[in-house]
Ligand binder design. Sequence first.
Ligand code: SF4
Length: 275
Amino acid sequence: MISTAPDRNGVQERSSDVWSYISPSRLNTWLKCPIAFKLRYIDGIRSPTTPSLFLGKAVHAGLECSYRHKQVGVNLEPSDVIQRLDACWEALLAEDSMTFASNSDEIKLKQQAAVLVAAYLAQLSDEPAPMAVETTLEEPLVDPFTGEDLGIPLLGIVDLIVPGEDGAVVVDFKTAAKSGPPTEKVHEVQLSAYSYLYRATTQQLESGLQIRSLIKTKKPKIEYREYPARTESQLRRFFQIVRAYLDDLDRGRFVHRPGFGCTMCDFSDGTCDEG
Ligand code: SF4
């Protein structure tokens, strides 16, 4: 069964023990740099939420509100969604202990969230009711090719599942400063993880996957990337990655991976030199 119970915050409150579950974000962080993974998920070093991350969270909250109403047959106007987002703004701030440099920065970001949500809803107004919204999926990781149970669950929060022509389409929302490359590999781990979870939960194949990006350009843009159902070789690769990750965890071996990624890393202030 697909559960529509909590959710992103529920996951944050779960044990931070790296052996309690694997998630696409843990895998992706480890792939980018194992030492960054260790600092964040084992040593527990967390950076304060940035305005950009908070904008993503606020936009997600607005879209979730709209789709949850749609799921029960209520089509909210964009202005209603923005009003509801406004009403839960303080709670969203409190969840992340989010602060702004100035009042005008906060107002600007709130307006940006409203504009992005309105642009998205204007473009997607005739979409059918979703099958699931912000749903937490958790399944034991059992290699479909060998039958081996890896002894740890995979956990993911799927933003949206919508009916497609040949079955369910699994959707993820992103906010971005500019259009991303169409390269599927950028999203491969996440797409394969969601595909595995969907199939293990429903015993059905997904008909496809989508990344819907809300681009924060002056005139906001909504960009769709559609990807076919995952292939056997993509899922094989996914399990190879999971095994390599578990090997590192087993051995407590986390190497530095200096490179271009360091320019966007929270630990580039020297924290990682001591890691
Ligand atoms: S600064 Fe570079 S090497 Fe250090 S943790 Fe970040 S990505 Fe890894």
